[in-house]
Ligand binder design. Structure first.
Ligand SMILES: CC(C)(COP(=O)(O)OP(=O)(O)OC[C@H]1O[C@@H](n2cnc3c(N)ncnc32)[C@H](O)[C@@H]1OP(=O)(O)O)[C@@H](O)C(=O)NCCC(=O)NCCS
Length: 149
């Protein structure tokens, strides 16, 4: 397993995993939104803010972040590769790029949403706490925050 910053040449295999898990992500329902997401990923790659986990030429995990905003923007691990600490390792690489005293926020599913079970358990394990409830892409969401000060 190789965990590293994604390169522009990784874009197709990066998007293969996004397509596989797209039903877990409000806002990625249509071909058009996936095309837009591809452009967004390329932008993150240019900014050295896209991380991928690669196994046998395929993509086992992807993560997008903004060091400037202190935000984890997108995270997914291939269903066949879950519970192998891949998300944890990608998160470690991300955090090494962020200011040590800057809080980290993420937007995820609310408590009680079956789609959010793995994500919420993962973020809670890392020490994230509850933030504001809101609606994004017409879907109930919540901010979680990792306090670092
Ligand atoms: C959330 C997700 C990225 C976690 O990836 P992962 O590589 O399986 O996570 P890790 O193996 O690094 O998990 C680390 C710890 O988080 C917790 N955890 C992760 N998934 C869990 C689950 N399904 N149930 C309970 N705890 C879980 C555990 O404490 C785990 O440690 P353990 O396996 O030793 O008990 C993955 O399940 C996923 O892609 N889910 C669907 C997409 C999604 O929800 N993305 C986030 C949207 S905001």
């Amino acid at each position: 397993m190789e965990i590293r910053f994604a390169k522009a040449s990784d874009i197709d295999r990066f998007m293969d995993l996004v397509r596989l898990v797209k039903d877990d992500f409000p806002g990625l329902e249509t071909e058009e939104s996936l095309k837009e997401h591809r452009d967004t990923v390329l932008h993150f790659i240019e900014n050295r803010s896209a991380i991928c986990a690669l196994e046998d030429g395929g993509t086992a995990g992807v993560l997008l972040f903004s060091a400037e905003d202190g935000e984890l923007c997108f995270l997914a691990v291939h269903p066949l590769f879950r519970r192998r600490r891949i998300a944890e390792k990608m998160f470690s690489l991300m955090i090494s790029q962020m200011d040590v005293d800057k809080d980290i926020k993420i937007t995820t599913f609310r408590e009680g949403d079956p789609k959010g079970i793995s994500a919420r358990a993962f973020y809670k394990k890392l020490g994230f706490s509850e933030g504001e409830l809101f609606v994004e892409f017409g879907y109930p969401a919540q901010k979680l925050i990792l306090k670092r000060k």
